[in-house]
Design a protein around this ligand. Structure first.
Ligand code: MG
Length: 203
């Protein structure tokens, strides 16, 4: 399986990192070794001094597809989740400055944290789906999917022009504003449509 991530999909997050607004979705990937199981802590890697949380709505692909039209994209997923695209921001800044690929900052072991999956039918309108990340009991990221520059179906359509989507692939749909560093012993809790999607300790 593969993990496909969308970058710069919320205007307020583009602003907070002083990035340029893209004219089409920014795509990057993580290998399957990046997946972190929801019952284990997140371990900060040795090579970074600044890991950021990026809470994101996740989509699990349920059907093989290529060149999917936006109006048919909803047929390619049954489950929605919430996860964290852990990012070594210091490493990423250095790579970006030098015009290099982001993988060392974005695709390391454990960088794709995946919470609980929910049936999409139980989540209401997916174009207006609220979600939150709490750090040590305080809300640090709070948004809903209506703020996406490209919605879930548009993302699936766009991604499938380049990559064949396969059953079990996971799409990270981008993070809203409020990203920030995590430190040892932080507790991160995610809520999707007011339902608890995960609780995670940083080590
Ligand atoms: Mg992200």
């Amino acid at each position: 399986m593969k993990i496909i991530c969308i970058g710069r999909n919320y205007a307020d997050h583009i602003t907070e990192l002083a990035n340029e607004r893209p004219d089409e979705p920014v795509i990057f990937m993580k290998p399957d070794t990046a997946i972190a199981q929801s019952n284990l802590p997140f371990f900060i890697p040795e090579f970074t001094n600044e890991v950021h949380h990026e809470v994101e709505v996740l989509v699990k692909i349920s059907r093989i597809g290529k060149h999917i039209q936006p109006k048919f994209a909803h047929k390619y997923y049954e489950h929605i989740g919430l996860g964290i695209d852990f990012t070594a921001r210091d490493v990423q800044q250095k790579l970006k400055t030098n015009g290099l690929p982001w993988e060392k900052a974005k695709a390391f072991d454990g960088s794709a944290f995946v919470g609980k999956w929910f049936k999409k039918a139980s989540m209401g309108d997916l174009r207006n789906l609220p979600f939150e990340l709490h750090k040590n009991g305080k809300i640090v990221q709070q948004a809903d999917t209506s703020l996406m520059l490209w919605n879930i179906d548009e993302i699936i359509a766009h991604v499938s022009q380049y990559f064949t989507l396969k059953i079990g692939d996971i799409v990270f749909t981008g993070t809203p504003a409020g990203v920030g560093r995590v430190d040892k012993n932080d507790r991160l809790e995610g809520y999707l449509h007011a339902q608890k999607a995960f609780s995670l300790i940083v080590k």
